[in-house]
Write a protein that binds this ligand. Structure first.
Ligand code: DOR
Ligand code: ZN
Ligand code: ZN
Length: 422
């Protein structure tokens, strides 16, 4: 592909790039960054308005393939990712069957070749995600796995989790933990507090998250190993991770835009599209998550893109947890962090592109001469309303439905090819 991207704000903290310039791409490779005088047949003119970041990376999505493809499949999930500006995603293993062997890993890698973006299958910590027996990590690595997780559930047995952390680290994998104590959750469907009481529904006590976060940190300390904490949503969890990082524990973590945008007041409408696990919390938690994103306690922004059908989401109390997010993540992050003056584009690039690749040990993508073009080009000021029927994802359970966001991805370039254009 030959393409001139003209007059755009280019930002890549990895190479100290933060300026308005042109990018020349020839044969899919970045040939020049600066002022271009060559004529190109194909031109994207940013008119000084559009911004370019290294292709975004979401290290936590659910593509439901194999087995639950009425919700999403690898192709539709990747279409949602491309529309959102993502050139890489890691898809969680709670599929049917779960991703716990080389064959299922191979199926995903094979099918993902058609998508034009990079899809990294996450494998289970325990066989069938049953929490009883560890998977064969050596076999999984050989099949191409970089991360393991029983996301959707905790590994209940702490000693088994300790062994998993120890083994994965020996093998260069990262373990991502869904921190939720099921005994404390005890059938709760939303954050336990004033709103759950008002609605008369069973709450999920925040201790369920804080306690397992603390447990995983203790286990990582005991093995002097890395561990990654999924979707942080509470002040308690944030405080525990911040303190651990100060003490030199090798813990990293993520949050999703909904946790720094909304609170459990959203649940007052009794709409299951606002239910996810962990749940939307209080204003105090939302503030704590925001502070932690800004001070570096939280390393990256993920979506936990969790598609469910409209039928499944119809009943508030019995619906499964989860919300889609790939097509609103950049916009919501720009709206909450950039347009409020809290974070600049360098910070957003770190949260959504650089850090997740680092945590997963995936090759970095850089805006640098000689690199294969891997970019997202967006209009930071384009205002739009989230209309679920317009989403590429097969499922429409967006927590941002009806919300006005500012910022939209327009083009996604991956592996030197234009894979998406609005
Ligand atoms: O809300 C959630 N949905 N949280 C999870 O951890 C799992 C996910 C899903 O698979 O639907
Ligand atoms: Zn989870
Ligand atoms: Zn998840």
């Amino acid at each position: 592909m030959d393409l001139l991207i003209k007059n755009v704000h280019i930002c890549d903290p990895q190479v100290g790039l933060d300026k308005v310039a042109d990018i020349e791409i020839s044969g899919g490779v970045i040939k020049n960054i600066g002022k271009c005088d060559t004529e190109y047949e194909r031109v994207i003119d940013g008119e000084g308005r559009l911004c370019v970041l290294p292709g975004l990376f979401d290290m936590h999505v659910h593509f439901r393939d194999p087995g639950l493809t009425y919700k999403e499949d690898i192709i539709t999930g990747a279409n949602a990712a491309k529309a959102g500006g993502f050139t890489g995603v890691a898809c969680m293993p709670n599929t049917k069957p779960p991703i716990d062997n080389a064959e299922t890993v191979g199926y995903i890698i094979d099918k993902a070749r058609q998508t034009g973006i990079n899809v990294f299958p996450v494998a289970c910590v325990t066989k069938a995600m049953a929490g009883k027996e560890l998977c064969d990590y050596v076999e999984l690595i050989a099949a191409g796995v970089k991360m393991i997780s029983d996301d959707g559930r905790p590994v209940e047995n702490a000693e088994l989790m300790r062994q998993a952390i120890e083994q994965t680290n020996k093998n260069g994998l990262i373990l991502a933990s869904h921190c939720e104590d099921l005994n404390i959750i005890n059938g709760g469907i939303m954050n336990k507090g004033r709103i759950s009481e008002q609605l008369g529904v069973k709450g999920m006590d925040r201790a369920s998250e804080d306690y397992i976060t603390a447990r995983e940190i203790c286990l990582a300390m005991s093995c002097d190993a890395r561990v990654h904490i999924c979707h942080v949503s509470t002040r308690g969890s944030v405080n525990i991770i911040r303190a651990a990082k100060r003490d030199g524990v090798k813990v990293t973590c993520e949050t999703a835009p909904h946790y720094f945008t909304f609170t459990d007041e959203k649940l007052l409408a009794r709409d299951a599209d606002f239910r996810m696990s962990p749940p939307l919390r209080t204003e105090d938690d939302r503030q704590a998550v925001l502070e932690a994103v800004l001070d570096g306690t939280i390393d990256c922004i993920i979506t936990d893109h969790a598609p469910h059908s409209a039928e499944e989401k119809a009943d508030f109390e019995t619906a499964p947890n989860g919300v889609v997010g790939l097509e609103t993540s950049l916009a919501a992050t720009l709206t909450q962090l950039y347009h409020t003056g809290k974070a600049d584009l360098n910070k957003i690039a770190e949260l959504m592109s650089v850090n997740p690749r680092k945590i997963m040990n995936v090759d970095p993508v850089k805006i640098e001469i000689g690199q294969t073009a891997d970019l997202c080009i967006f209009d930071p000021n384009l205002e739009w309303e989230v209309i679920p029927s317009e989403l590429n994802s097969k499922s429409k359970n967006s927590v941002f439905k009806g919300t006005k966001l500012k910022g939209k991805n327009l083009y996604t370039i991956c592996g030197g090819k234009l894979v998406y254009q609005l």
